[in-house]
Design a protein. Sequence first.
Length: 533
Amino acid sequence: MTRWGMVVDLGRCVGCQTCTIACKMENGLPPGTLWRTVLDVEGGEYPDVNRAFVPLTCMHCADPPCYDACPTTATRVRGDGIVWIDNALCIGCGSCVVACPYQARHLIPKERYYFGAATPPELATYDRSRIGICTKCHFCFHKFDGAPAAVMPGRDAEYTPACASSCIANAIVFGDLDNPESPAARLAAQRGPGAHMLEHLGTRPSVVYLNVPRIERQPPRLQSSWHGLAVSNFFFGTAGTGLYLLSTLLGQSGVPQAPLLGWSGGAPLWTGPAAGLVAVPQWVGLLGPLLVAIGLLSVGAEAGRPLRGFNVLRNLRRSWMARESGFAMLFMLLALVDTLFWPHPLLRWAAALAGLGVTLSQGLILAKAKGVPAWNVRIMPLVFVTSSVLAGAGALLLLAFAAGAAPSAGLVPLAFGLCLADWAVWRTYLATPAKTATFSQAVAVLKRPVHAWTVVGLGHIVPALLLAFAWGGYGNWALPLAGAAIVAGGLMAKFALVRKAGFLVDLFDRFGESAQLPSERSERISPAAAKAA
């Protein structure tokens, strides 16, 4: 069975970037998009330092995280191991970008040319179907698919990926890793097993590195795929479902209510209370779906091809983003039918469970994102659940105030307990044992005073004190203030998590001397040691 891959000898690479330019020319990549690049990294401390050039591309993993993350099935895995993207299905949501730990996926936001207007060479290879979607290296399979039987990609330059055939130092060798006669398999057999980048993540890459020096930790970079609209989705989606779930648990929406819209002779008729006097349970049934809809619209606005949004349900079997969308649509449908047309406890509880599915799915989207260590932790779904219900408590307090009604029985002590519970979960998350220095740095950011005051102070301590004050009978005026503080603190928590702590994984984590054979390690003598000798 064929499995295409590459063997990269870092001892040969001179950092000329010829492979980078060859890839851009072969695939007609626009400005700002590099499917392949060569990283220039340094290690050690003065005077004992070293420098390495590391060609970087898609690893064509045997177990690719991007494949599971893609909600539309646009990411495909061929039988020969090549991971590719179906341009007609991708919506440009960016879920695969944060799921990929190798920073190998690239969104092309708009049509761009190097000199403003398109030049004839650019037009010859420019692919407009890539605009607004995610793109990546596909090993130039167009060069060898359907090649004659006697041809061997990796040996015959015409049928070899552009990066490998153009390498001036023969540092990149392509071939069938399962064919002992291919150049890549022969080189790997001669030089030992080599090293795989981020092998501990279990992705099983198809790119093998030889002569890997010890590379120091690199300064982390923040992810740039998800912005304020992603924060909007993660906050409003969980707040809307938390509001509905908490109201259902309290039995508030279990009170028999007239549907806001009745049906008489097939024509809709307003049968609810007078305008402006809608009861709190009915406001919950309207506001919960509205907040979730805002979250879904935020996802659509963030995507490069929002008009393809119907594709998002194609991968319910594997993608948590697809499941989030499915649960959200089901939640909105059930909640609105219960509120507008046919109030029924079964509908209400089914909607509440679908809302819980939305919240868990959002937490698992981040928990499965191997490209961002601060998100890729087991406790993340619990962080979303407790913050969702707490945000729902804050919204209920504000709704009761807006409707001029007293909070439902048990809401005040429950909200107080939720403040403490969510605070405990947040502290547990920050105390998660760090597996990487990148995670430690993200936690350090979340512990900075600005985030500590807005997330913990505003979102937990202040509302807990206000709730305790009102609970003790000293004034209901504190309740809407507590609700506002909870909502504001929850929003800031999502903002800090997505935009401030979203550092990309360090590509050189556990990648270096330990993966080399002793015979392949070069003995380096520092200038100080040489002078002493």
